[in-house]
Every structure is written in structure tokens, then in C-alpha cells.
Ligand binder design. Structure first.
Ligand SMILES: C[S@@+](CC[C@H](N)C(=O)[O-])C[C@H]1O[C@@H](n2cnc3c(N)ncnc32)[C@H](O)[C@@H]1O
Length: 526
């Protein structure tokens, strides 16, 4: 499992470390020593492991009673995720602000938070060997603190004594003195092995490849099974599963897109962004706070995964040679919130005089769509707040291009949503299936003769991709599937994405460095 926590929220920084010594806490805490500096680097990692297996001789009760703010942030976020069903990527920035972390500590807190959440499966297996009772019998807050401790010990370059002292200090400060001895004793046991050593011990005697991969890469077994099936279904080697799962545990690089006709990436490139290797007009940025880049605050440069950019561009680029009408094209984005693909589509459509209708049923998400569209001329788009399932009946055969970016499990974007792999259940597939079919049916009703529908998910799961498209077309005549892989190639920078040929295309984190976006293109012929 990778030790990268990573962030799209842009922590990092280039200035000198502003603190030294201490017990591994963050710099805005009093009581730092001066010598033996242990600093957080630009990614927020603590370094200088000198004496890393030396533990404090002080009893837990005599050690620090203060919680290091960076670790406190990680703890707060893990608690909110577990107890309030919160999303880490939403809670984390607020907690970082609340505790006024500087860039380095924010980077440390981000890595700790995301790493502890992603690694939870492996870490709980380690903890189960070190705790003298079932983990379910521990106070959930203590368990979260232990996970934070394990991630520091096994996957971050935090000296062991600092990881121990600071985690025990956190527990004393925010949970109470009682559990600190237990946490101290358990984390000492964890230091018996490094991560590889623990994994070797845990998988010893196991024979089931799915279970081993799940444990090694900290994924639920049902997701490993589904991803293996998806690889095979798309003609890839099942042995890629390890690379795919490992990619889910790595921090995604921030991808940017300059909205065509409204911005260029020149300033971002001057600030250290690299030209995107897959999508035209895109860039990769790992230089920290992306909001300080010109264009990002005005919305003409947007953070958007290259996979999302490519599927939107592929839909816009399909040749509509059989289109019946002569006027400007009408486009529909049926599931638009929060508006990432909507903004790109609208920008692409400007020089063709396109009018885009963006539909989203959730009012606050519809508002985000309006914000995303703000840089585009107001008479070139409409936001419809409603159920996409009604559009086909209300406006049959009305649109030339329709995007169905369907609500899905998001199994292709696990690296961005660190807690979602534990929250998602196989039953989600069952409950999403009718909605996905009804939305695609509505889109097929709404598309005009000669027009095209793009069915997209950020999941490679068969049940929400191929199965939906096959079922939806089985009872219809007058539709044909286009070669989605060729359509992606046609809009990509190198022209050879290897996303599959035949009826559908699938992008992969471990191959393309994108979310696992699925694309099917369907043309109405009659
Ligand atoms: C995968 S997201 C779309 C992401 C978006 N296309 C983008 O690029 O930013 C799916 C969206 O579908 C919306 N949705 C859920 N139920 C819907 C329905 N019945 N009709 C239309 N949209 C729906 C969700 O609220 C969510 O905003």
C-alpha cells in the first residue's frame, strides 16, 4: 500500500520549515526542542528518522497532554467520517482552516487523514493482531486514533517515538487519560514489523488471491472482485489488478482544463504546471494551492480529471452527418451537477452557436452548475432543476447531443474519495440500477434523429456500465453503438489511448492516470 495521502486541495509549499525539534507535533504548538530537527517537508511529511525505534522513557501519563494540531485535524476528520457520514474532502479543508494550519502542517494532516482512511482495511487487520479484543469492542474514537498511529508508523516517514508520543498525546487530550496506556501498548506492538512485514505475516497461509489483494491494498473484497471482472471484460490482463488497486491508494495529481476560447494554460505552465499528456488544453499541477492560479478563481480554468475532459470532448466531436436540422445544435447534459463537464461542453459549443440545457434535480448542485457556467454567455445555456427521467417524455427527439453522466458508485474514483470504498456496498449497485436505466432511457427518448447519446460513469463496474447500455438498447430499434474507444482516441493528445475498441471505452487509473471513466456512444438512426 502506498504511503501517499495526497490532496487535491493544494497543500504543500515551498518555504523553509518554520519549526524544529519537539515530539513530532505541528509548529504552532508550544514546547519545541531546538536540536535534532525533525521537519515536515514540502509534502508535509516528517523526516529525519534519527533513532526512530527509540521510545520515550516517560510513562504515557507523563508525556505530552497536548494534541498536535495536524494530528488533531486528522482525528477530527476521521471522527466526522465515521460518526456523521461526512466526506473527508469536504471536512478536511474546514478543519485545516479552523486550526489555522500552515501549508506544511496542512500537507501532513492531509496525508495522515487520507492515508489512514484509505489504509483502514490493512491497518485494522494489523490492529486486530495487536489488540486483545475484537476491534468492534473498542471505543470508535480510540480505534480512529489507533489508525492514525498505524499510518504514521507503517506508511509515513514519522519517527516511531514521535508517532507514539504524539498519538498518545492526542488520545490524552481529546479522549482522556484512560485509553492512552492501551494506545501506547498497541502501537508499540505495531512497531514489531514494517508494512511489508505485517502484510507477509497477515497473508501467511491465505490462498484466495482476491482476499490477499484486498488485504494488501486495503480494499473490500467485493470491490477487488468487481475490478478484476471489469479488467477482464475490457480485455485487460487480470494481473493488472495489483497496479489498479495500488493506483487507488496514490494521491491523484491535480488535472486542469482551460475552457476553450476563454483561457489558456500559459500562466499555469509558467507556475510549474506540466502540459497534459492525454487531453488537449489540459495540464497537471502539483505545485500546491491551485486556487491561486490565474483563471481558477474566475472559473475559466477548472480542476477536472483528464478522463472527464476526454469523454466530454468525445461527445462533442462525434460527426453528426445524419442530422436532420440545419439550425444550431441543441445539447443536453442530463445529470449535470456540479457542472464540470457542463462548463467544458458549453465552452466547446460556443463557436458552433450551441445552446446547452443542463439538468440537475438537487437545487444546491444546480446552483453549482450555474456557477460553473458563469464564464459562458448567459443566452447560450439554461439550467433545468428537475428529474432527468422526465426530460425524454417532456422533450422527445429534441437534442442533438445528450450526456448522461449517471449517478454511480464511483468505484473508478476511489483515490479521490478515501472513505468511499468502506461506505459503498454491493446493494448500492442494486438501488442505482433502475435509476441508471431510466436516465439512459430518457436520454434515448430526448435525442433527435441523427443525434448521439454519451452514457458515462466514473465506475468500471459491469452492472452500471455495459449491463445498463445493453439492457436499454435490447428493447429498442433505431439506435446503433459507435466505437467509443476510437472517439476517445480522436480527441486525445497522442491519438492512441488504448481504452478499448468495439462498442465501449474504459479509462483506468493505473494505465491512464485518470479516473476509471466508462464511455458508450449511441446514435439514433431513425
Ligand atoms: C456523476 S454526477 C454528474 C457529474 C457532472 N456531470 C460533472 O461533470 O460535474 C451525477 C449527478 O446526477 C444527479 N442526479 C441524481 N439523480 C438524478 C436524476 N433523477 N436526474 C438527473 N440527475 C440526477 C446527481 O445529483 C449528480 O449531481
Amino acid at each position: 500500500m502506498s504511503g501517499t495521502g495526497g490532496t487535491n486541495s493544494g497543500s504543500g509549499g515551498n518555504g523553509p520549515s518554520r519549526r524544529s525539534g519537539g515530539t513530532g507535533g505541528s509548529g504552532n504548538q508550544a514546547g519545541r526542542g531546538q536540536g535534532g530537527a525533525r521537519r515536515r517537508n514540502e509534502q508535509g511529511r516528517e523526516r529525519n528518522r534519527g533513532g526512530d525505534r527509540q521510545f520515550s522513557s516517560a510513562a504515557p501519563s507523563q508525556r505530552t497532554r497536548r494534541a498536535d494540531p495536524a494530528r488533531l485535524v486528522a482525528f477530527e476528520v476521521l471522527r466526522a467520517v465515521a460518526a456523521e457520514d461526512a466526506y473527508a474532502n469536504l471536512v478536511l479543508p474546514a478543519s485545516i482552516r479552523k486550526h489555522a494550519l500552515d501549508r506544511r502542517d496542512a500537507g501532513f494532516a492531509t496525508e495522515l487523514t487520507y492515508g489512514a482512511l484509505r489504509g483502514q482495511g490493512t491497518y485494522d487487520a494489523v490492529l486486530a493482531r495487536c489488540v486483545d479484543r475484537p476491534l468492534g469492542q473498542l471505543d470508535p474514537a480510540v480505534l480512529d486514533a489507533l489508525r492514525i498511529g498505524v499510518h504514521q508508523l507503517l506508511a509515513m516517514r514519522v519517527p516511531a517515538h514521535a508517532a507514539l508520543d504524539q498519538t498518545v498525546g492526542l488520545v490524552r487530550a481529546v479522549i482522556g487519560a484512560g485509553p492512552s496506556s492501551l494506545v501506547n501498548a498497541v502501537l508499540r506492538k505495531v512497531t514489531a514489523h514494517d508494512l511489508e512485514g505485517w502484510i507477509a505475516e497477515l497473508v501467511d497461509g491465505m490462498t484466495d488471491a482476491t482476499a490477499i489483494a484486498a488485504l494488501r491494498h486495503s480494499h473490500p473484497e467485493w470491490i477487488v472482485r468487481a475490478l478484476r471482472q471489469a479488467l477482464v471484460a475490457h480485455g485487460r490482463d487480470v494481473a493488472e489488478i495489483d497496479a489498479l488497486l495500488a493506483a487507488d491508494n496514490a494521491a491523484p495529481v491535480v488535472h486542469l482544463v482551460a475552457l476553450p476560447g476563454l483561457a489558456t494554460l500559459d500562466d499555469a505552465l509558467a507556475e510549474g504546471a506540466e502540459p497534459g499528456r492525454l487531453a488537449p488544453g489540459s495540464a497537471y499541477y502539483s505545485g500546491g494551492d491551485v486556487s491561486r492560479l490565474p483563471g481558477v478563481s474566475t472559473g475559466t480554468i477548472r480542476v477536472q480529471d483528464s478522463g472527464s475532459q476526454l469523454v466530454a470532448r468525445a461527445l462533442a466531436a462525434v460527426d453528426l452527418g445524419d442530422r436532420r436540422s440545419d439550425g444550431p445544435e441543441q445539447w443536453l447534459d442530463l445529470c449535470a451537477g456540479p457542472g464540470g463537464k457542463t462548463a467544458l461542453l458549453s465552452a466547446i459549443g460556443q463557436d458552433r452557436g450551441v445552446h446547452l440545457t443542463a439538468n440537475e434535480p438537487v437545487p444546491h448542485r444546480a446552483q453549482l452548475v450555474r456557477q460553473a457556467l458563469r464564464p459562458l454567455p448567459a443566452d447560450s445555456w439554461t439550467v433545468r432543476v428537475g428529474d432527468g427521467r422526465d426530460v425524454g417524455r417532456e422533450q422527445p427527439e429534441s437534442y442533438d447531443r445528450v450526456l448522461v453522466d449517471a449517478p454511480c458508485t464511483g468505484l473508478g474514483a476511489l483515490r479521490r474519495r478515501p472513505e468511499s470504498r468502506w461506505r459503498r456496498q454491493p446493494s448500492d449497485l442494486v438501488s442505482l440500477a433502475p435509476l441508471q436505466r431510466e436516465l439512459l432511457a430518457s436520454a434515448l427518448d430526448a435525442v433527435a434523429p441523427g443525434g448521439v447519446v454519451a452514457y458515462v460513469t466514473c465506475s468500471p463496474h459491469h452492472a452500471e456500465t455495459e449491463a445498463v447500455v445493453d439492457d436499454s438498447l435490447r428493447r429498442r430499434t433505431g439506435f446503433e453503438r459507435l466505437d467509443a474507444g476510437a472517439a476517445l482516441d480522436a480527441v486525445s493528445v497522442g491519438g492512441a489511448l488504448d481504452a478499448g475498441h468495439g462498442s465501449s471505452a474504459q479509462l483506468w487509473p493505473h494505465v491512464h492516470g485518470t479516473d476509471a471513466m466508462y464511455l458508450a456512444l449511441i446514435r439514433r438512426t431513425l
